[in-house]
Structure formats: structure tokens, C-alpha cells
Design a protein around this ligand. Structure first.
Ligand SMILES: [Zn+2]
Length: 325
């Protein structure tokens, strides 16, 4: 189904499109006690001291190989994705081709475009380079705006109107880009309360990307503030025809942000699995039971816990009988 390519208004500037996410933890590990935790001992062989971890699960089930495989399973596809993104980053898009012929059309119901030929030629030029079929419709605010408290904002009402108009005009054909411009039947000469909304078919997404649509939205909205409606349409499409099939700085920046994000995720996953996630150390840890005691080794003075080891974990001396506490 078609979706908004963005819109704007005299008072509120312009706006762009939308997105979503979710997740949750299960195993918990901490350095301090928490309800339901078991205590584990792990020996720091460099500093000759025991370290304690509290977990809510049995660490004897921890498998470092599994952790490593999980890490690789997450990072390898991300690395491949990044390589693919690098290779395709500065490739300009290819135009959209659809077998049904169509000439761009203007339906100036509000009678606000006085240079239709000029607008049509700018729009046709855009269609020729991009393959996106454009329809421009002008209406009056009274056509779609209802003032009830339940009716929603003007921008959401216009978006609904544009959506329904798209479906009425093109049905399931997703190759079109409909732009609805609206102003009051009798605009206030001090503040013409104009609004506009773009509605793009799903099959235009590969060319009319969010970054590209933003460029059009900003340009068109700026022109509407300075020029009459017809000139704003003609000049915005004139400019946009030169931009639509190029790789813009914004898109490059966007792809660098994506690389940065993927890199950060990869580093994060590795850090979490290998460094922060104590699974690696826990796989070597033993449970600290109620009657276990802290012991100081007579030979190396290292500290350890009785019952968790057969001999001193640092120097290998037999377990001392003398307890520290
Ligand atoms: Zn020792």
C-alpha cells in the first residue's frame, strides 16, 4: 500500500516518513548478591585472589564454545552486510520501469496553478529520468478538513485524504507519486494556511528513498514560502530531476551512519560476549557452598576457597588446613 513521502504546511515546516524495535534478558550475572543468586568462585591467577560472581543459573551448563559460536553467528552476517553495503554505497539507483504507460497529470481543482504547461514539462522530465509517475492534485482545505475535537490534526487528516485519493486514483498500482496541495477557498492574505502531502507507491521506494524525499520536501516547502504554487512545483521538480538519480551527500552520510552502527553492534556483541559477559570466566568457576571457607596458601599466600579446588589454584601446593577467618 502507498505510504507518506512526507508533507508540510505554511506554519509547521515539512516532515518526513517512519520505523520500530524490541528485546529482553534471561540469565543474570552480577558482582554482588541479588535475590535467588548462587555464589561462584573464580581464581584470578595473576593477582592470586578469588573473585566472586552471583548468577541466577547453573554455570556448569555454561559452554564457552557455544558463546563463541553465538558471537560468530551474530557478527559474521553483520560483517557480510557491511561489505555488501560498502560495495553498493555509491551506486546510483536505476530508474523504475513499469509496462503501463502513463503521462503525468495535474488536477488543479483549487485553481492555484497558472503555469500548468511549465509544471507538466518539469514533472515529465522527472518521470523520464526516474520512471516515477507523478500526479499533482490541488484542492481546498474545506474538502478534507473537519474541525471536530475527534478529527485529528490537519496534517493527519490531509495524510488520510491523500492516502484515500491515491487508492481511488491508482488502486493497487504502486508506481505513482501523488502530491496533494491544499489551501483555503478564500485564503487569508496575511497567512495563507496551505498544506501539502506526498503519497508514494511502494514500488517507488528504491528510487524515491527517504533521503531523496526529504530533499524534495525541503525544496518544495521552501519554494512555497517564496513563490506561487505553480512556480514552486515547476522549480522543485526542475531541481529534483537533477538530484533523484544521484547519490546525495545525505545518502552517503546515511550509509556511513549505517556502517558506524553495524561496526558498533559488532564491537558491542564481541565486548559483551567476550569481555563483559562473564560466561568465559564462569565456565571455570565453582560454586561457593555454605560450609566452604576462605584459605590462604602456606606456600604462595594466594587466597582460595576450600571445597572448590583439590590443590592451590596458583602454585599447585596441597590444600592448607589453616583457614583465614
Ligand atoms: Zn599456593
Amino acid at each position: 500500500m502507498p505510504h507518506s513521502s512526507g508533507g508540510g504546511s505554511h506554519g509547521g515546516g515539512f516532515h518526513g516518513g517512519s520505523g520500530g524495535s524490541g528485546g529482553g534478558p534471561s540469565h543474570r550475572v552480577g558482582n554482588t548478591y541479588f535475590p535467588g543468586a548462587r555464589r561462584y568462585v573464580y581464581y584470578d591467577r595473576r593477582r592470586h585472589i578469588p573473585r566472586y560472581y552471583y548468577t541466577n543459573y547453573d554455570v556448569s551448563t555454561v559452554n564457552p564454545v557455544k558463546t563463541m559460536i553465538t558471537t560468530l553467528a551474530i557478527t559474521i552476517p553483520l560483517l557480510l552486510l557491511m561489505v555488501f553495503a560498502f560495495v553498493t554505497a555509491d551506486e546510483p539507483p536505476s530508474p523504475i520501469y513499469d509496462n503501463c504507460r502513463y503521462n503525468s497529470e495535474i488536477y488543479d481543482y483549487a485553481d492555484v496553478i497558472d503555469n500548468e504547461r511549465e509544471v507538466l514539462s518539469a514533472v515529465n522530465e522527472f518521470t523520464a529520468v526516474s520512471g516515477i509517475k507523478v500526479a499533482i492534485v490541488t484542492v481546498n482545505n474545506e474538502t478534507w478538513y473537519s474541525d471536530g475535537w475527534f478529527s485529528g490534526s490537519k496534517s493527519s487528516q490531509l495524510e488520510d485524504y491523500a492516502y484515500n485519493l491515491y487508492v481511488d486514483m491508482f488502486g493497487g498500482d504502486e508506481y505513482h507519486w501523488l502530491i496533494v496541495y491544499s489551501e483555503p477557498t478564500n485564503p487569508d492574505s496575511n497567512f495563507n494556511d496551505w498544506h501539502w502531502e506526498g503519497m508514494q507507491g511502494d514500488d517507488t521506494d528504491s528510487v524515491l528513498t527517504e533521503a531523496k524525499a526529504d530533499i524534495f520536501n525541503k525544496t518544495f516547502n521552501d519554494y512555497l514560502l517564496k513563490k506561487d504554487v505553480g512556480d514552486a512545483f515547476a522549480d522543485a521538480f526542475g531541481y529534483f530531476s537533477n538530484v533523484i538519480m544521484t547519490v546525495t551527500e545525505e545518502e552517503l552520510v546515511e550509509s556511513y551512519l549505517i556502517y558506524g552502527l553495524i561496526t558498533a553492534i559488532i564491537i558491542g556483541v564481541i565486548l559483551f560476549e567476550v569481555v563483559l559477559n562473564k560466561n568465559w570466566k564462569l565456565s571455570k568457576a565453582s560454586e561457593f557452598r555454605a560450609n566452604d571457607k576462605k584459605i590462604k596458601c602456606e606456600y604462595c599466600s594466594g587466597e582460595y576457597v576450600s571445597g572448590t579446588v583439590m590443590k592451590c589454584p596458583y602454585c599447585g601446593a596441597p590444600v592448607s588446613l589453616e583457614t583465614e577467618e
